[in-house]
Design a protein around this ligand. Structure first.
Ligand code: NAI
Length: 327
């Protein structure tokens, strides 16, 4: 039983793939690159391929089929990078590998704490042996109101974690969860804008909430509000956001995601001239912490997606019930 693994990272995935495949009795073809029409023949002899978020379009899916592939598993929660219609038409099944919400939730709490304690500025000074205090006075979470927008898997976990800090928690979602009501009050978005000292985003990006944080909503927020975004960059209108940082309306921010990040992150661009001006500006502010869409990236995450993607291939090939199958 052979699986062809694409985008196999040598620094964290390769050894795990080898270890887990041995445990599951699978043989592997490991390829460091994304699948394309040039390397698709690596699938010959494999009924299953294991991919990440590179585009898996109709041409590639037909090429998979022509090489004998019957199942595509993606080591991600989302599978919108795979043309599902084409997969259906080719009789190829697709599966995903969900991982727990705790990695992103922990990271969110860290960004909130970093923002209210001015950690970006502190680290900047420490690096220069500047051990002064002026301008570094922070705030305590227990004195603040945090607004959590989106209380799905990650947002609800953030709410639970924040409850230990003694802050007041307001929540907003299209659907309310009983579990969240133990720790937070569901309120309108307008009330979150008006009352929250810290706002953290945990919804998917949809047409309805594109640029949810924009000039109009920022104007309704408290002066010095802290914004944390570990969800999707386009939930925030970057131009309005930058203006609000510049004029002090937004006091601090922690951004794991930014608009137009696609194609930028996870590559070394040290010597490149980048076109994303918003990112350059956001990185330049001492009160904004920017990271490259990596809130999910923990040991637990890597182990889970590598193991579960292989288990789902095994289930498929053995004709067992496959909890990871999405179509
Ligand atoms: P989820 O699907 O469990 O929860 C999303 C919640 O948002 C649901 O409760 C839903 O009702 C709510 N929602 C949808 N549209 C809404 C709207 N217009 N207004 C208010 N609430 C709305 O999703 P999960 O797993 O909690 O992920 C949340 C976000 O985190 C997503 O944007 C996801 O892409 C992002 N994410 C980021 C990662 C990172 O590394 N930075 C890793 C994993 C997910």
């Amino acid at each position: 039983m052979q699986v062809t693994v694409f985008n196999c990272r040598s620094f964290d995935e390769k050894d795990l793939f080898i270890e887990y495949a041995a445990k599951l009795g699978l043989e592997l073809v490991l390829c460091p690159d994304a699948p394309d029409l040039n390397n698709v023949s690596l699938c010959k002899g494999s009924r299953c391929v294991d991919v990440i978020t590179s585009k898996i379009d109709a041409d590639l899916i037909r090429a998979f089929r022509d090489n004998g592939v019957e199942y595509i598993t993606t080591r991600t929660i989302g599978y919108d990078h795979i043309d599902l219609e084409a997969a259906r038409a080719c009789g190829i099944k697709v599966g995903n590998a969900p991982y727990g919400p705790h990695g992103v939730a922990d990271y969110t709490v860290m960004l909130i704490l970093m923002s209210i304690r001015r950690m970006g500025a502190i680290l900047g000074r420490t690096a220069l042996q500047d051990y002064t205090l002026a301008g570094l006075n922070g705030r305590e979470l227990r004195d603040l109101t945090v607004g959590v927008i989106g209380t799905g898997r990650i947002g609800a976990t953030v709410v639970r974690s924040l409850s230990g800090f003694g802050c007041r928690i307001l929540a907003y979602d299209l659907y309310e969860k009983e579990e969240v009501k133990q720790y937070a009050d569901y309120v309108s978005l307008a009330q979150i804008w008006k009352e929250a000292d810290v706002i953290t985003l945990h919804t998917p990006l949809t047409e309805a909430n594109h640029h949810l944080i924009c000039a109009d909503t920022i104007a309704q927020m408290k002066d010095g509000v802290v914004i944390v975004n570990t969800a999707r960059g386009a939930l925030i209108d970057s131009d309005a956001f930058i203006e609000a940082i510049e004029n002090g309306k937004i006091g601090a921010a922690g951004l794991d995601v930014v608009e137009n990040e696609f194609g930028l992150y996870y590559y070394d661009h040290k010597s490149d001239i980048l076109k994303n001006r918003e990112l350059a500006l956001l990185r330049s502010f001492p009160n904004v912490t920017v990271s490259h869409h990596m809130a999910f990236y923990t040991k637990n995450y890597v182990e889970t997606v590598v193991m579960d993607s292989l288990k789902s291939c095994k289930c498929f090939m053995e004709g067992q019930e496959n909890p990871w199958e999405v179509i």
